[in-house]
Design a protein around this ligand. Structure first.
Ligand code: SIN
Ligand code: CO
Length: 380
């Protein structure tokens, strides 16, 4: 069992979150690596798991995408293996992510795990997302700067680097230390001894992506929209001019589409509940019937939500929730049922029994259990 995160959360949110980087020494006392370098290499063998390798040779940077089955040619130094969304496959890595529940779940992305041979690192770069980097076994020297004007360039294919930067933090991290790096802060880390690092990443959607995602949603759902109209047109004085009023109507036409609250909520809920990386979904075999589901819950067997499943609801709406890109609706509004589904990592029988409309929850839950989004721990 990992020791709890040793961080003054209020102080952190007030002074550092999305503001400036911080190094928290011994953030996890007696940190225990949730997986070994060999287990990480095992995950990097799997074609459905996203893995990258970055190394330096002949004064050049190299990068390649997995899967990988051999490391021998990389030698003893100057390379790193990075595996995305390890929390989807390794429950103990998900436990690490659970330490950050003080940040709303929709902001969380995944836990990326890296193993670096001495000298290994991905080079100086700037990420568009915020990240907590926890040092596991080994030691690694990290440098982190405040946002500063820096040129960025492709060091090799998809490997984007920035030029040399002024560091605010320049320290050697040992097991249990943690860095927080807000988006836009340049950073680089090179292992001193063979090192494991756990990066708990947080997404922050960008306005351009939101607009283009919303436009896709309108098209997919064949949403009807108004067309520009000008029935009161008077003779035009300047043939080449676009009137301010015309431009203003264009803006109104566009913003009207956003102004429908349920549409905005449904689009955002569906979009943000999509997992960026594959989930370890396993269909229940054989499928549960409603009676069997109730029986097991009554028998005090909790239902666990699969790691990495994104499940959210909108404040003020106790009827609708969004899971893995889909919208679901309870037969009756029930704030406690929605909270069981979306706020908690597991659902227990007595909690279901206490609901005002347990049947409404069970009906929506049954197909999700059969698809593997929630499961009973067969080893308990
Ligand atoms: C890592 O090498 O573990 C993290 C890479 C990064 O800074 O994004
Ligand atoms: Co980074």
């Amino acid at each position: 069992m990992q020791s709890p995160l040793n961080l003054n959360i209020e102080d952190f949110l007030t002074h550092y979150w999305q503001k400036k980087p911080i190094l928290v020494k011994a953030a996890f006392k007696g940190f225990e690596d949730p997986l070994s370098p060999d287990e990480l290499a095992g995950l990097a063998l799997e074609p459905q798991i996203e893995a990258r390798r970055v190394w330096r040779a002949d004064d050049r940077w190299h990068a390649e995408q997995g899967p990988f089955d051999s490391y021998e040619h990389l030698g003893e130094a100057d390379w790193t293996l990075l595996v995305q969304a390890v929390n989807h496959w390794h429950p103990e890595v998900q436990d690490l992510a659970e330490q950050f529940r003080f940040i709303p779940g929709w902001r969380f992305d995944d836990v990326m795990v890296s193993f670096s041979a001495p000298g290994g690192g991905v080079g100086p770069h700037i990420d568009q997302y915020g990240v907590f980097i926890i040092q596991g076994q080994g030691t690694r020297r990290w440098r982190v700067g405040l946002p500063q004007p820096l040129k960025q360039f492709a060091a090799n294919g998809a490997l984007r680097h920035c030029e040399a930067f002024v560091a605010e933090i320049d320290e050697i991290l040992t097991s249990g230390d943690m860095l927080y790096i807000p988006p836009g802060c340049p950073h680089e880390g090179y292992a001193e001894t063979p090192a494991m690092n756990y990066s708990v990443g947080f997404r922050a959607p960008n306005a351009k992506d939101l607009v283009s995602g919303f436009a896709d949603y309108l098209l997919e759902h064949d949403i009807k929209s108004r067309r520009f109209d000008d029935p009161d047109l008077t003779p035009s004085a300047a043939h080449g001019r676009i009137d301010t009023a015309a431009l203003s109507q264009v803006k109104t036409l566009m913003t009207e589409l956003l102004a429908e609250p349920q549409r905005l909520a449904d689009w955002f809920g569906e979009m943000i509940s999509q997992a960026k990386h594959e989930l370890a979904l396993e269909h229940a075999e054989p499928s549960y019937s409603l009676e069997e589901l109730v029986l097991r819950l009554d028998n005090d067997e909790p239902l666990y939500r699969l790691a990495g499943v994104r499940c959210f609801y909108m404040e003020g709406n106790a009827e609708v929730f969004y899971l893995d890109g889909e919208r679901y609706q309870l037969a009756q509004p029930d704030a406690a049922a929605i909270a069981l589904l979306c706020d908690q990592a597991r659902i227990c029988g007595p909690e279901v029994a206490c609901l005002e409309h347990p049947q409404a929850l069970l009906e929506v839950l049954l197909p999700l259990v059969n698809q593997g989004y929630w499961f009973f721990d067969e080893e308990e």
